[in-house]
Design a protein around this ligand. Structure first.
Ligand SMILES: [Zn+2]
Length: 414
């Protein structure tokens, strides 16, 4: 055996190793591409926004559930059991602390904008919601909220305004979206700010939308191409812009979602935005009990989507997040130098004794809640990051630290 004879096998081995390595790298890239392709834009997409729902709000709701189960902790909402979790920053183009309209614009378009702007850039140019691209690509679109349909979060998916409080101009921009389905209590400033403009339902009817009040009317019109569901009690009037008292005669958010699913069906792809808006309103009032009840109703709506996911697990994505934190809520308040105890016995008893409404003065309400182990730092929003939970097709894209402007890109997988 000569020298070359010794070297030849070595050279062959080296070449084989390089070929194998190249194959492995190629295989890895191919696998990554396959996964990306396989996990592209889901056929059925749900985006849930708990307005103002920070980590502590979720913790408070789970603390309440645990108390109900006779435990100090450990009970969970449905959406906190989803397998993927990310943390999103929420700052706007001009403030660390965002408002709902700037954050909703980030969700709908991937652009930061100034507080108070809706579907518009800081230099007042209209943004393009990713739902428009989905719509043009054959997706049917449903927009629903537990607060008025022309409020900030739903509006960012169809309106372009530099004043989020201009409710009537927002309503006027709804028909141009061409989206199939809208649902909520109704419309704020239904006939304009001074009540002299054409009522929202008449205006929308003139522009191709059938506005239905209550479930019965909705079911009678499910063959229409463009439908709006409003709560029966808001027929012919404005939906309240701000209230803590939940109207128990209403079709709950979960049932609105089920109606929407029945209407949209599963033949064509769809995107549904579903907002729990009164979570934020209760947090602005610094009232923990109705805020927790609002989160439980929101979780019920997530369950309606989760049932759909279980029937279509390979094609459905559910994302649950918040637009910002409201109130600076803390689980724990050392009143009287003792370990903080979340005294749900007292909180629930007080709420029931008040007839399901909060009649305490603000200082009394704060003192009472502090005694019961909850602290609030502001009546407004905070700059705290918010959690993002995801399950289903493409859910793996939601992990680690992200920004609210990443949400649309992560949803569609591009
Ligand atoms: Zn708010």
């Amino acid at each position: 055996m000569n020298e070359n004879g010794l070297k030849q096998p070595l050279r062959t081995a080296a070449v084989s190793f390089l070929v194998l390595a190249a194959l492995l790298i190629g295989y890895g890239a191919m696998r990554a591409n396959l996964r990306k392709n396989r996990e592209g834009t889901p056929k059925y997409i749900f985006l849930f926004i708990g307005d103002g729902m920070g980590n502590s709000h979720i913790c408070a709701a789970e603390s309440y559930l645990s108390w109900k189960a006779g435990k100090p902790g450990g009970e969970q909402l449905l959406f906190t059991q989803f397998p993927e979790l990310a943390l999103a920053s929420t700052y706007s183009a001009d403030h660390q602390v965002t408002c709902s309209s700037a954050s909703a614009t980030a969700f709908s378009s991937g652009h930061k904008t100034d507080n108070g702007f809706i579907g518009a850039t800081p230099d007042s140019l209209p943004t393009r919601p990713f739902t428009m691209d989905l719509h043009e690509g054959g997706y049917r679109i449903g927009i629903m909220s537990s607060v008025p349909i022309n409020h900030a979060t739903p509006a960012a998916f169809y309106a372009h305004q530099t004043d989020r409080w201009g409710y009537y101009p927002i309503t006027e921009q709804l028909p141009a979206s061409g989206y199939e389905f809208f649902a909520g209590p109704g419309f704020a400033e239904y006939a304009g700010r001074d009540g002299t403009l054409q009522p929202a339902d008449e205006y929308l009817a003139e522009h191709g939308y059938t506005v239905c009040y209550g479930e019965q009317e909705f079911r009678a019109h499910m063959d229409r191409e463009h439908l709006v569901f409003c709560q029966e009690s808001n027929r012919g009037r404005s939906a309240d812009e701000y209230t803590l008292d939940y109207d128990t005669t209403w079709t709950p958010l979960a049932d609105m979602l089920r109606l929407g699913l029945e209407y949209l069906g599963d033949q064509k792809p769809f995107f549904i935005l579903c907002e729990g808006g009164e979570i934020d309103w209760c947090a602005h009032e610094n009232t923990v009990y109705p805020m927790v009840q609002a989160i439980l109703r929101f979780d019920d709506a997530v369950r309606a989507a989760y049932d759909f996911y279980l029937a279509h697990p390979d094609e459905t994505l559910i994302v649950v997040t918040a637009d910002h934190e409201t109130g600076g809520l803390a689980i724990g308040y050392n009143f009287d130098w003792q370990f903080s105890v979340q005294d749900w016995d007292r909180i629930e008893a007080e709420w029931m004794a008040e007839g399901g409404r909060d009649t305490l003065s603000y200082p009394d309400r704060m003192r009472f809640q502090n005694e019961c182990g909850f602290g609030w730092t502001t009546n407004e929003h905070t700059g705290a990051p918010v959690p993002v939970y995801a399950v289903g097709k493409g859910a793996f894209r939601f992990n680690g630290r992200i920004d609210n402007t990443d949400i649309p890109r992560l949803i569609v997988g591009k």
